[in-house]
Design a protein around this ligand. Structure first.
Ligand SMILES: NC(=O)c1ccc[n+]([C@@H]2O[C@H](COP(=O)([O-])OP(=O)(O)OC[C@H]3O[C@@H](n4cnc5c(N)ncnc54)[C@H](OP(=O)(O)O)[C@@H]3O)[C@@H](O)[C@H]2O)c1
Length: 431
């Protein structure tokens, strides 16, 4: 029996699209054996028609979406353009045209996932997006299938390789933020405009997707509390290490049954914790479920080949279903609306770095302000003093406290005449 031929269109032939085109060309036979379907690349949408693209014959390149959508032989559309528009529009139109869609686009899925899944369901086609979070690391499929019987209480992870590369360079080489960023850019790990990564937009999109799936709720990207890594200094890394902590841009989602927490921010993690040891461009996500216990997913969160692995996993799942004449999995667009806890209402521990006057009685005044806001201090260390400026730096670790209280206390502390500067304050996770 000769395998059935299934037409595929590729929207975008950049870093990821080139990887997909190469794998489709180079392992066509193997893939056909595994799924019973031979994938035929029929169109490749690009901006620049002049640029040569290995593994994509010029004859199938186009800069218009219409011929792709009008081709009845195209059953699966792979969207790897990136950005919100026109990607979101093309995905919607492909679904409306009755085509299955596989995308790596975290921004579109985070912003429009529920609506697009509803369109897919209505048209009886699949919309799959394993590559949108964690690159090659399978996260979406486990959340949707293997872990579905669990009540998940927490999902924490490092889901942006660019920032993890920068933070690792700051921690291990003692680099300043701007130097570490320049290094990441020169190696191709950070974009020329790095805003999306360093301000944690990318991680917030991914966390919105993961939290929505983990807690069967709609978590929109604007509901994710977001803080980037630009305020971290080499001092914070030095002090954190002396105290036994690493600093990571952690994406945190929790569900205590009452409300969902979803936040991405720099976080102090005890050095012995697994996530504290995830370095460089690697991603890792730790999930706690009531039946399964704790799970750890670890691997390459970006790059052409790992992302291709995730995309083709989705494509082949659809192709296999088509080859068997089975109805495809459409994914469930129906979600409950659950309250999202505002950042002021979370409770965690805090690291606070202050520059203060180098004179007796200063710490007592600061401690009093914390006490007035019901915040108890677990440790204080005095770091270097600057004799010329007659100042000293102190680092305070609090016990678990409510964030609203910590913010109010820091606002009052900043007003004290003996306090020159609130250098930084960083949340601490220890579970
Ligand atoms: N890079 C990674 O490691 C990675 C990992 C996971 C997920 N992703 C996601 O995968 C997607 C693609 O990323 P990428 O790194 O491959 O991007 P990229 O290298 O910038 O490639 C984008 C491709 O889309 C084409 N394109 C963009 N806008 C277009 C338009 N309006 N009309 C026609 N063609 C257009 C470009 O055409 P030209 O070639 O003519 O410019 C290019 O071929 C993004 O959603 C990204 O978030 C990437």
């Amino acid at each position: 029996l000769s395998p059935r031929v299934i037409g595929v269109a590729l929207l975008g032939v950049g870093v990821v699209g080139s990887g997909v085109a190469e794998a489709l060309a180079q392992r066509a036979g193997e893939l056909a054996e595994r799924t019973g379907a031979r994938l035929a690349l029929r169109h490749a949408l690009v901006r620049d028609l002049q640029r040569p693209r290995p593994f994509v014959p010029p004859a199938i390149c186009t800069d218009r979406i219409e011929p792709v959508l009008a081709d009845p032989e195209v059953a699966i559309v792979i969207e790897v353009l990136g950005g919100e528009q026109p990607a979101a529009d093309y995905i919607r139109r492909a679904l409306e045209a009755g085509k299955h869609v596989v995308t790596a686009n975290k921004e579109v899925i985070a912003k429009f996932g529920p609506e697009l899944l509803a369109v897919a369901q209505e048209r009886g086609v699949s919309l799959l997006f394993e590559a949108a979070v964690g690159g090659g690391v399978p996260l979406i499929m486990p959340l949707r299938r293997a872990l579905i019987a669990n009540r998940l209480s927490s999902l924490e992870g490092i889901i942006n390789g660019t920032t993890n590369y920068i933070l690792t360079a700051m921690a291990q080489q003692g680099l300043a933020f701007t130097t570490a960023l320049a290094q990441a850019q020169s190696l191709g790990y950070a974009e020329p405009d790095p805003t999306n990564d360093i301000e944690a937009h990318d991680a917030a999109y991914k966390l919105a997707i993961l939290a929505s799936l983990a807690f069967h709720a709609t978590v929109r990207p604007e509901q994710v509390y977001r803080e980037g890594i630009t305020r971290l200094t080499d001092r914070d890394f030095r002090y954190a290490r002396e105290l036994g902590y690493a600093i990571k841009l952690l994406a945190i989602a929790k569900d205590d049954g009452e409300a969902i927490e979803a936040r991405v921010h720099p976080t102090l993690l005890p050095e012995q914790q697994v996530l504290a040891k995830v370095d460089g461009v690697f991603n890792a996500v730790q999930i706690d479920g009531d039946l399964v216990g704790r799970l750890l997913f670890y691997g390459r969160g970006a790059g052409a080949r790992p992302t291709t692995s995730a995309i083709l996993g989705d494509v082949l799942e659809i192709a296999a279903a088509i080859a068997l004449g089975q109805p495809p999995r459409t994914g469930n667009g129906l979600r409950s609306n659950r309250p999202i806890r505002p950042i002021e209402a979370i409770q965690t521990r805090y690291y606070v770095r202050l520059t203060v006057a180098d004179q007796p009685g200063v710490f007592a005044r600061i401690a009093q302000v914390f006490a007035d806001h019901a915040i108890s201090i677990s440790s204080v260390i005095q770091k270097e003093s600057d004799e010329d400026a007659r100042s000293a730096e102190i680092v305070i670790m609090t016990h678990r406290s409510r964030e609203a209280g910590v913010r109010a206390a820091l606002a009052s502390i900043a007003e004290l005449p003996v306090v020159f500067e609130v250098g930084n304050w960083i949340r601490v996770e220890s579970a």
